[in-house]
Design a protein around this ligand. Structure first.
Ligand code: NAP
Length: 321
């Protein structure tokens, strides 16, 4: 019970990754202050309140990324803060208002509350491989992406990769703010996160798998990194608990093309209709992402095929097909 007697805040606690983080934190004995936008919405809170230890050690706080000072009450008195809240979707008509402002201003708002609270010893930020790998350099099989890479802001604007831009701006601002205020910041940079859902609603990364099983004729032409939500939640906790943890940690179990995923799905669910071809003729190449630093946190990555199976079985169980 490494967390016994310690209080931590998790922002955006009802989200896909954060729900697992809250579950593992409660299991380890932490008292958890969970921020949600609407504590009266059972879809956002019921699954959290049902977690083991929640009755004794989970406290809900209402907070919104765009409201200054909104996180003060949840963070004041905490030993640590896990800032996961940030909008994650791709389609938007107003990237500035819907993605960039909540990611960037929201992160600074949360860090501002951390700077005010002298109790906070470390902040763990959920960034993304999105803020690491998109710099315009072609991603080909011999390329190994690692934590020294940064996505390029101008390149993201040019190709209108708004979610990627939002995460890059937010992480960059977080590092600058943390340095200025002397905050001990550690950053987790996961790739596309899959695995079982605790929340009752569909999230963007699980939807990427669901879309392959919804009767589509083609699959997207993309090679993307994938990682299990349980590994990502554990990495957050390790990043908080291991005193020497520092800097960024990329979290990627495997880089796979959608063609590979369709092949795995065909093996696991032979009677299910799956897309038969790629939307383009020439498949995007794969690349590598270093696991070295993540492994220094003691992370044992979950095999990719198991993560796919856990995702699909969970989507079925929750009637999200
Ligand atoms: N899933 C992935 O593949 C992946 C990969 C890399 C990084 N990430 C990062 O991981 C974090 C969590 O992602 P997720 O996949 O768990 O997404 P999710 O299930 O959509 O959760 C996002 C959370 O952010 C909160 N949020 C969004 N806008 C907000 C606002 N204006 N004010 C307060 N809270 C707000 C949401 O709160 P409500 O519940 O109130 O809507 C929700 O709890 C994000 O920072 C995301 O960028 C995700």
């Amino acid at each position: 019970m490494s967390g016994a007697g310690k209080t931590v805040c998790v922002t955006g606690a009802s989200g896909f990754i954060a729900s697992w983080l809250v579950k593992f934190l409660l299991q380890r004995g932490y008292t958890v202050r969970a921020s949600v936008r609407d504590p009266s919405d059972p879809k956002k809170t019921h699954h959290l309140l049902a977690l083991e230890g929640a009755k004794e050690r989970l406290h809900l706080f209402k907070a919104s990324l765009l409201e200054e000072g909104s996180f003060d009450a949840a963070i004041d008195g905490c030993d640590g803060v896990f800032h996961t809240a940030s909008p994650f979707f791709f389609a938007t008509n107003d990237p500035e208002a819907e993605l960039i402002a909540p990611a960037l201003k929201g992160t600074l708002n949360v860090l501002e509350s951390c700077a005010k609270a002298s109790s906070v010893k470390r902040v763990v930020l959920t960034s993304s491989v999105a803020s690491v790998a998109m710099n315009g350099r072609p991603l080909t099989p011999e390329v190994v992406v690692d934590e020294t890479w940064w996505s390029d802001i101008e390149f993201c604007r040019k190709i209108q990769a708004w979610y990627v831009l939002s995460k890059t701006l937010a992480e960059d601002a977080a590092w600058k703010f943390a340095k200025e205020k002397g905050i001990d910041l550690v950053v987790i940079n996961p790739a596309m996160v899959i695995g079982p859902l605790l929340q009752p609603t569909l999230n963007t990364s699980a939807e990427a798998i669901l879309n392959l099983m919804n009767g589509a004729e083609t699959y997207p032409n993309g090679s993307v990194g994938w990682v299990n939500v349980k590994s990502v939640a554990n990495a957050h906790i390790q990043a908080f608990e291991i005193p020497s943890a520092s800097g960024r940690y990329c979290m990627v179990e495997e880089v796979a093309h959608y063609a590979d995923i369709v092949e795995i799905l065909g093996k696991l669910y032979p009677s299910h209709k799956l897309p038969e071809k790629c939307v383009d003729e020439k498949l995007m190449p794969k690349y590598q992402v270093s696991q070295e630093k993540a492994k220094s946190l003691g992370i044992d990555f979950i095999p990719f095929e198991q993560s796919i199976k856990e995702t699909v079985d969970s989507l079925k169980e929750k009637n999200l097909f």
